[in-house]
Design a protein around this ligand. Structure first.
Ligand SMILES: C[S@@+](CC[C@H](N)C(=O)[O-])C[C@H]1O[C@@H](n2cnc3c(N)ncnc32)[C@H](O)[C@@H]1O
Length: 289
């Protein structure tokens, strides 16, 4: 199936409208390699036909297939160890400390936005469960969302291939928290029960409700334009509080994308709300400075 410059233009626009992901002209190979089979399955003989079918797809079935095919779902357990260290040894103790000084219930809320097939959320759940006693009496809520229905389905099933579990998962955690399932492995019911996996578009008006103590939006912003990055950061800010910690991917930053978050003065590679309340880690550091 031949891909013309015009096809690249209209399909790129469609993809951006559907999920925010930018495909410039250099990404023609991505359209070809990821959407040829989608087009064929839909009975389209050209990419232009695929475009029109998808653009006017009231049922959104074809649109969903395009999103599932075009999103890059690369992920692994405990990806970049340092955010997990910051989470375990700094961000969470800080949260516990802040909670114990207020009447706020003993509850920790975490949102993994753009969670792909769930390795990030399972990694967090494993860290929390391995700390057992520390969290006795606490309610732990982990929301993990992604625009890819295929990724969310896999995440929810908790099923991972041998190759998946070899990427980042310690053997002790594999034995403790996963069960053999034919040639694959499946996360234990206990782990699966800790995470609410949800299909969600970060650009949809229907956002999750409430505030989160820890927000992860890692290796997601890089696919968006600066304007959309700012919109996502605004959404994350709207679901955070003064002590919340935001973690982005190793190559991502909030710099140049609005003023909702600033580099966290204590946790390297993490971000905090710009308008931090007195009493928060940020407030303290500012006063010391
Ligand atoms: C490269 S993966 C990152 C997964 C994980 N956060 C990590 O760092 O390992 C990027 C994920 O962002 C999701 N994504 C892209 N656009 C999205 C959108 N508009 N709303 C929600 N998720 C989106 C993709 O489906 C993909 O699973």
């Amino acid at each position: 199936m031949q891909l013309t410059v015009e096809d690249i233009k209209v399909i790129s626009r469609l993809v951006e409208d559907l999920c925010g992901i930018i495909l410039d002209e250099s990404k023609g190979y991505l359209i070809e390699s990821r959407l040829t089979s989608v087009a064929e399955e839909a009975g389209c003989k050209t990419f232009s036909e695929l475009y029109y079918k998808a653009r006017y797809d009231n049922e959104k079935v074809l649109q969903t297939k395009i999103i599932n095919a075009i999103t890059t779902n690369e992920t692994l357990f405990f990806r970049d160890t340092s955010p997990f260290e910051a989470f375990q040894f700094k961000a969470l103790p800080e949260t516990i400390d802040a909670r114990s000084k207020t009447a706020t219930p003993r509850r920790v809320r975490i949102w993994s936005a753009g969670c792909s097939t769930g390795q990030e959320a399972y990694s967090l759940a494993i860290r929390l469960r391995n700390e057992g006693a520390r969290w006795a009496g606490w309610r732990i809520e982990i929301l993990a969302s992604d625009i890819s229905t295929a990724a969310i389905e896999q995440a929810r099933s908790g099923a991972f291939s041998q190759m998946d579990v070899q990427r980042g998962l310690a053997i002790g955690d594999l034995i403790k928290w996963f069960e053999p399932d034919g040639e694959n492995w499946r996360a234990s019911a206990e782990l699966r029960g800790m995470i609410d996996f949800r299909h969600d578009n970060l650009f949809d008006a229907r956002a999750p409700s409430g505030e989160y103590d820890l927000l992860l939006c890692r290796n997601v912003l890089l696919y968006f334009t600066p304007v959309r990055r700012q919109a996502v950061l605004r959404l994350l800010a709207a679901h955070s509080h003064a002590q919340s910690v935001l973690l982005l991917g190793a190559g991502e930053t909030v710099i140049g994308h609005g003023d909702d978050f600033i580099a966290h003065p204590e946790f390297r590679g993490s971000y905090a709300r710009q308008a931090a309340m007195p009493g928060s880690a940020i407030g303290r550091v500012r006063r010391q400075g």
